[in-house]
Structure formats: structure tokens, C-alpha cells
Design a protein around this ligand. Sequence first.
Ligand SMILES: O=c1ccn([C@H]2C[C@H](O)[C@@H](COP(=O)(O)O)O2)c(=O)[nH]1
Length: 462
Amino acid sequence: MPASKTYGNFITASTKMPASSENDLDEHNIKMNGNETSRSVQSFSPGVSELSNIEAASNNQLVYNEQRKDSLAWEEYFMALAFLSAQRSKDPCSQVGACIVNERNQVLSIGYNGMPSGCPDQDMCWGKKDPLEINNKYMYVCHAELNAIVNKNSADVRGGRVYVTLFPCNECAKLIIQSGIVEVVYFSDKHCDKDSTKASKFLLNKRGVYYRKYASSLTQLRLEFNFNAVTQQTSVAATQDAVQQLCSDLRNCCNVETNANVVCSEDTNARGLEPTSTATTTATLSLADPSELPRPSGAYISWEEYFMAVAFLSARRSKDPAVQVGACLVNDERRIVGIGYNGLPNGVHDALVNWHQTDPNSPLFKNFYVCHAEVNAVLNKNYTDVRSCTLYVTAYPCNECVKLLVQSGVRKIVYFSEPGTSDASVVASKKIFALTGVEIFNYMSLGNVRKEVKLDFCIIDN
Ligand SMILES: O=c1ccn([C@H]2C[C@H](O)[C@@H](COP(=O)(O)O)O2)c(=O)[nH]1
């Protein structure tokens, strides 16, 4: 990994390359299985907004060059989304995540490894050491890539790019190829010596699916659900950190005897599988080995925490030096259908707006130009309808956004920070919610929710 600057224990996004070079990744020769492969430029162009300031200046345009310099690059943002979704996984060993994006850098889908939907976690095998294959997790768990492909919010993922925390296995490579994904960006290749990874690379090479290692130095990120988190840490977060620590300690010490013993038939694993013989004697089976159980609650992030974390993560893409806002729209099947952050309209160069102009009487007032996170989340949806969706948003929506959300059919809003004022527009928004029956909740009022999520990309290699 290249050297990186640290912020406390965490690396800041400011260490990354300037925004103008985000697209550099699209133009280099890559090494694939020992062969130098020349890669044609892909059409993942970030568009006009990614032109360098120098270019703009040479065109004799006004350059304010005041946009935020530490916002996340696309590459970092998408890999962070993959690692964030991995934190939803209940796999006691490896939490894996995948994020599929299209050529316009819109998120099409996110997935993590887990049991098939509808199969109760507590009834499933989570271990991997049973001599009988049928009693191990591998036959049951759906891989992150599979879940991302089937959970897509678009008609298909053809032409897309998938960001994965772990190099896809051969089964996932087949799905990737068949679904038309053209590029794989991976973080870890820790199973490179396994046949399943070799077969995967063989397949991807044969089909011409380009794969490359995540190239940014950003490998850790702290998503603080607060504009002033240092002074406002709550005991909830502290408690959940303690639960996480406990779970990790438990995972590290196998075969610990606790009182959590159950009596069951010796030929079952007490998780719903058919007995392999007709023996009826009973034996005491210890369920104390946490590596055979799904992660307990607190050792993975809840849905509410996940969706709010996605909103806070997308906020980190914003170039606004003053306020970064993020929004995440979720349908009633808990699929993310739209993500947005506050930014300029497509095609408007980030360097051409005076980000520090706060005078509403000036034609350069930045708010005249910036599209709100909520608007972008609604518009960034693919073919999916946002009707009956829930919006997770880092800040209380403004009056204009409230109208848009209500007209789009959003039925529930979970916001993080309270409006700064209770002026007429806030009162009007609340009135609209009351009249239309749209539910609105402060995230913290949901109770026992964390206010911080830490992403450590290297954890996949531990
Ligand atoms: O491409 C892949 C490969 C594996 N996974 C999942 C499947 C399992 O839940 C874990 C691997 O568990 P280990 O205990 O580390 O063997 O990762 C995946 O999602 N995608």
C-alpha cells in the first residue's frame, strides 16, 4: 500500500489523488496473470465536473477552486460501500461485500454474504469444520456478488463494474460473466492460491472481463453520524463497541464452554438439518463455539444503521466545503434504490461555482447551483419507482425537498440532524408531512442505534 496520512487512528480521504485524476485509473496498462495487458479507456467518464482546474483556467473560465478537497473519489466511495455492506453479514468468519455501479457511476446494487432470504439465520449452519460437507455453511450461504446481482435496482447490470472486498470465486465469476459485468475491482486476493480463484481468473480472462486491484491508499474510514462527533459520543456507541469486542474475542477462542448448551439428537446440528442416521440417543452438544453461529446482534450493523451509514458515506462525496449531506432511498424489500449527495447539476464543473458565496443576493450564491442530496437520490434511481420508499438522510430535508419527496411517493423519512431553525419553511414542511401522512423520525429516536461506523478495508485479510 502506498503511504497514507492518518487522522487519529484513521486515514483521511485527503490523502487521495486530486479529483482531476480520478479517471486516471481508466488509462493505464495493467498486469494480468503475468501478461502486460493494454486496456482501452472505458466509458466511466466522471464527466465535465472532473476536468482539472488547470484545464478550466486555460479555457479562460472563472476558476474559484474552492470546492472541498477531501471528498471521496469514486473508487474509494464504491469500495467503502462494499465494505460497509459487508458489515451487515452474519457470517461469523468472513464478512464480504460487493457494490455494482454503471458507466455513469450510479450504484446499481449492493450485496453481502448471507443465508438465502427467508431461511432463518439461527436454523442454518455457519461453521466450516464439520467433516460432513452438508453441515457446513458453504452449501447454503449466498455470496456477496450473487446477492448484489440479484438485488439490482435496474433492469440489468450489463456493462457494469463490480467492487468486491474479496476476489470473486469461480461460481461468482460465472454470475459476473453471465450478467454482463465488464470489470471487477477487488480489495483482497487472499485466496489467490485456491483453485476456485484460479478458475475464476481463468474464466474472467477468457471472457475478457477486466479485473484489477483497488488502487487508492484509502483503507480506513470513520463514518461519524454527527457534525461534531468528538464531543457528542454517546454511551450507545460505546456499548456497541464493547459488544463488537466481545464478539471478536469470542470468535477468537473456539470451544469455550458456556452455559449455552442444548440437548439434541446427536446426528443433527440443532439447526434444522435432517438427521443423517436414525440414531435416537441424545447427547449434549455445545453451541458455545461462536464460529458455528451467526454473529449475534451488535456484531453486525442493523438495517437502520446500515442505511444511515450509506447516507453518511455518500455525503463524503460532496464537494461542498461547508455542508456534506447524503441521502439513501430504500424500498419495502430493504433494497437501496437511490443514493445522492449535494452537488452540482451533471455537467457543471465543480471548480466553476463559488462554494463560499453565501449571499443570497448574489447571482453566485452557491445554493442557486447545488442540487440537494434528496433530489439526487430520487433522480439517481434507475428504473425503480420510489413510491412507498423510506428515505434516510443526514440532515432534516428542506421545504423544497419535502415537496419533491411527498410527490414522489416517499412514505417515511429518517433524518439525522435537526433543522437549524424552526422558521416558517420547517413549520410548513411538518404541516405537509402531517397532511400527507408521511412519517418522519429522528434517527436517534429509533433507540440503540450506533452513531459511528468504522470501515477497515484490511479486515478481510485478517
Ligand atoms: O467470492 C466469494 C467468496 C466467498 N464469499 C463468502 C462465503 C462465505 O460466507 C465467506 C467465506 O468464509 P470463510 O470462513 O472465510 O471461508 O465469504 C463471498 O461472499 N464471495
